[in-house]
Design a protein around this ligand. Sequence first.
Ligand code: ATP
Length: 309
Amino acid sequence: MIEVKDLTKYYNKFLALDKISFKVSRGEIVGLLGPNGAGKTTTLRLLTGYLKPTSGSIKVKKYNIIDDYLKIKAIMGYLPESVPIYKNLMVYEYLSYVGAIRGIDKKNLLSKIKSVANRCQIKDILEKDIGDLSKGLLQRVGLASVLLHDPEVLILDEPTTGLDPNQILEIRDLIKEIGKKKTVILSSHILSEVEATCSRVIIINKGKIVADGTPSELKEKYLGKTIINLSLKKANFDQVKNCFQGIEEIIAINLIEEKDDTLDIELTLKNDIREKIYNIIKQRDWIILEFSKKKTSLEKIFKEITTEN
Ligand code: ATP
């Protein structure tokens, strides 16, 4: 659906994007993640044709962003970080205005507005002034406005910035819902955001792509290890250590707490050998109170690869 090759952008002498390449397939929700100043907004502006690249190419479907700009614009919806606010307009008027700019036929406009209003759950506020809306509702209106012409690709720059935690959850759900039918690229500097919404993460730092994959692929690649939390009743640390000794895949056995006859430990494994561990425990008198794989957060990866570079 989208193919970016060796994309480079200089602002005068400043290199903001350095030969980045990636592909996005139809139906993916891709998160462009990076610290402030990494080059996210620049990438999105280039993708939407608002900026011209210094070199490199962008193809959307069979179109090239330089030669077929208008065709690409027609199949794209772009929600910038700060949505222009027309405080004195009612939501309905604003959507009509955007629809007119997009060239939507007057006779189709009403049904299109109704349809996006339904989808973005703003049908009850169509007659409210934009100036009276909460940030969450405003972002819904923004999303509705970029969906009006039914684009195949949606580009969203930091779509949850400035929202409160409840509004963030609502907008995330809405993006996921929209992403079932459309290709979405969104940017964020918040890792949990991207992890919660996106099927794929592209991490960008100082104008370069430093990682690209699904959240679980990235975890596997960069963290690699499996950590198990184990809580056993009727066991003591020495017994457990003896029992697990000699298992090649175990990197470390750490004591978390030993209290009364209950033992909490953390096992670090080269790979996921939970079955083997379970079979060993099963042969003992120990009672398993907890046996769980620790969720390794992408936060660690993100911090590591964006601070080292
Ligand atoms: P943020 O999350 O802070 O918006 P970002 O990842 O979106 O960051 P960009 O806005 O793409 O980053 O900026 C990348 C780099 O290019 C930054 O160092 C920024 O200062 C610089 N930059 C962006 N726009 C311009 C411009 N018009 N002229 C000069 N430098 C610019």
